[in-house]
Ligand binder design. Sequence first.
Ligand code: SIN
Ligand code: CO
Length: 373
Amino acid sequence: MDYQLDLNWPDFIANYWQKRPVVLKRGFKNFIDPISPDELAGLAMENEVDSRLVSHNEGRWQVSHGPFQSYDHLGENNWSLLVQAVNHWHEQSARLMRPFRALPDWRIDDLMISFSVPGGGVGPHYDQYDVFIIQGVGRRRWRVGEKVALKQHCPHPDLLQVEPFDAIIDEEMEPGDILYIPPGFPHEGYSLENSMNYSVGFRAPSGRELISGFADYVLQRELGSQRYTDPGVPVRQHPADVLPQEMDTLREMMLDLINQPEHFKTWFGEFVSQSRHELDVAPPEPPYQPDEIYDALKQGDAITRLGGLRVLRIADEIYVNGEKIDSPHRPALEALASNITLKAEMFGDALEDPSFLAMLAALVNSGYWYFED
Ligand code: SIN
Ligand code: CO
């Protein structure tokens, strides 16, 4: 099933995106949950899946981390199970993210799903990223405050909360309602009934992450080996001084490294196409031969992108999970980047080129795209 989001995107971006929180009443009409609470609880029992249980009792907060063996110890109130990156593990849940591709793929992160019993929530807090919180089954009361500096504290070492705040949004969310929250607006959700929430999260690199990621690239490729030179070393009154023009030259040396457009592009493509959570890769056994891929596609079979796999395009090149994919078949690369499911005709004549077919076989044999049965 495909999810249809009833939203005027230009209007939303002009008025709310990165600016103001807003409730989009019935953003999804006749919303049907992509996953059941039982299935979600099952996922949180898997080793590879990142999950936590947050509960509170008379102001005392507890956090435990998955994988969980059982849920028998939990009462009927005041707890919430949160599972990260469910789009990596559950295809129907991944579909819920597609309508948000009105925003750029590189800014979208993953889908966190929570199941909460009455009174359940993680308490008042800030997030650093934009998020769309979709209400699934059940009702939950959400409050959002103005973007102001609030005192933060940790009621449990794994839980960062803010002090109580006045609400600018206070809403009982119902199935299909969406709450959009830009970074830095305090918020809290308390369940009124057993309820599911789907958080489509975004990412935005900090300067620190960019510098550190670029430094890794420089080290890996052994760039920047040239050393500082000063054939006309200026004399100075105090030998201890580093002169302003020397500082300028040093800064230039660093900026020159970043100012190499080809390297900058390759680095950013590799950097931003990496997933922050494990992928559910299942390489086919035995691997496909290129001609088997050709035959299957020509017979009308389709290949589907693995949930959570990041495929991004910069200029003419695409980047898949941290790797640059090079090919002269630009339209075919664009098709791979744009479409989640692909059929033969979307590749055009690229399928007739053995080198393209070999590359496609490698992607399928890595488990990045798969044939649906
Ligand atoms: C949730 O409890 O489902 C979302 C938590 C959050 O506000 O980030
Ligand atoms: Co939050």
